[in-house]
Design a protein around this ligand. Sequence first.
Ligand SMILES: NC(=O)c1ccc[n+]([C@@H]2O[C@H](COP(=O)([O-])OP(=O)(O)OC[C@H]3O[C@@H](n4cnc5c(N)ncnc54)[C@H](OP(=O)(O)O)[C@@H]3O)[C@@H](O)[C@H]2O)c1
Length: 384
Amino acid sequence: MKLVILGATGSIGESAFRVWEEHRERIQVEGLVAHRQGERLWRMGKAMGASWVALTEVEAAERLRAETSGVAGPAIVAGYEAMLEALDAAPATHLLAAMSGFAGLRPTLIGLKRGMRVMLANKETMVAAGDLVRRTAEAHGAEIVPVDSEHSAIFQCMALPQPVRRIILTCSGGPFRETSLEAMRSVTVEDALRHPNWSMGPKITVDSATLMNKGLEVIEAHQLFQVPYDAIDVVIHPGSVVHSMVEFQDGATLAQCGHPDMRVPIAVALAWPERWPLDVPGFEWAGRTLEFFEPDVVRFPLLRVAREAGRAGGLYPAVLNAANEVAVEAFLARRIPFLRIAEIVEGVLNAFSPEGTLEELEQVLETDAWARRQAAKAIAAPAD
Ligand SMILES: NC(=O)c1ccc[n+]([C@@H]2O[C@H](COP(=O)([O-])OP(=O)(O)OC[C@H]3O[C@@H](n4cnc5c(N)ncnc54)[C@H](OP(=O)(O)O)[C@@H]3O)[C@@H](O)[C@H]2O)c1
C-alpha cells in the first residue's frame, strides 16, 4: 500500500509513525503533510522514505528548503494549494486524514475522488460536510474507514451487515467530569489540557473538556453509519476501556475494548479486513470494574448544542464546527474563559439563517467563513 499522511507531525501522525515502524515492509510512504513544523516533518519524511513532504505554511516550507538545501531527502512542497496538487498527483492507495480542523476537508475530498481509502481521524471534516464527503465517496467508489477510536470501535462491531438498534458512544468525561459549574468558571488552559486518559493535540483535548468532542462524534457517527440521532446514545465511561458499543435488534450488544492507544484504530484502518499484530498489551480483566454514567448536559451544554445542530442538518453542523474551532483557539490563546466557548458556539448557531440546504463545497466554505467571522466578533465584543 502507498500512504499519504495529513497531519503527520501531530499526535495521530506520531501514532501512525509507530505503526509504520512495526510494519514498514507493508507500507510505502508517498507523502507527509503538516502546517509549519518543518524540522520534525523532514526528519519523519527521511526516516519513512517519503517522496515528498508538504508544509501548508509557505514561509515554513521556504525555511525548510533553505535549511536542507543540498541534503538528500524528500521534495518539499510549499503551501496549501501546492499540497492539494501534490496529493492529487500522488500514486497513493491510502490517505490518513489526520490534520486538525476544517483545513482537512479539501484534501479529504481529493483522496476520495482519487479512489483512495480515506482513514478518517479528522472528525471536523465529517461534521462540517458529511453529506458532501459521503456523496463524493459513493461517486468515486472510495472507502472511508474511521480512525476516531469510538467510530473505529463501532465500525469493527458492525463488521457484518446486521440490523442495528442503537449505537452507544462512550466518553471519558474529560478533566472536568467532577468539577462544579462554579469551579469551571475559572479553569485554566493547563487544567483543560490535562486529559485523564488520552494524549492528543490541544484542540481535541479542549473539545474533550467541553464534551464538544462527543457532540462532534455524535454527528460523525450519524454520517458514517447512517443511524438516526435518536439511536445514538452517549454514556460517560471514565475508564476508557470500552471504546464504544453497538446494540443489535435482538438485544445483543457488541463492544470493542482496549488500552487508549491510537495505534490500534490506525492499524485497523490500514489493514482492514485483516488485523496486523501490534506491540500493544491486552488487559488483565480480573478485578477490573467498568462504570457508566449519564452525561451532564447542564455543565456541558455543547453536547446538547451539537446534537441540535446535527438534527437541524444542512449547513448547521458546518457553523457549529467553525464557531467551535475559533472559540477553542481563543481559549487556548487565553482570550476567553472556558465557559465562554459554549456561549460563543450557541450564539453563532442562533444567528445563522441558511439560504438553502444544498451542501456543495462552495457553500460549506462560505458558511464556514461566515461562522468564523461571527465567532471572532463575539470574542472581540466585551463580555456581558
Ligand atoms: N489525537 C487523537 O488521539 C485523536 C483521536 C481521534 C481523532 N483525532 C482527530 O485527528 C485530528 C488530528 O488530531 P491530533 O490530536 O493529531 O492533532 P495535533 O496533535 O494538534 O496535530 C495536528 C496536525 O495537523 C497539522 N495541521 C494543522 N492545521 C493544518 C493545516 N492548515 N494544514 C496542514 N496541516 C495542518 C499539524 O501540523 P503542525 O504540527 O505543523 O502544526 C499537525 O501535524 C483532529 O481532527 C482530531 O479531532 C485525534
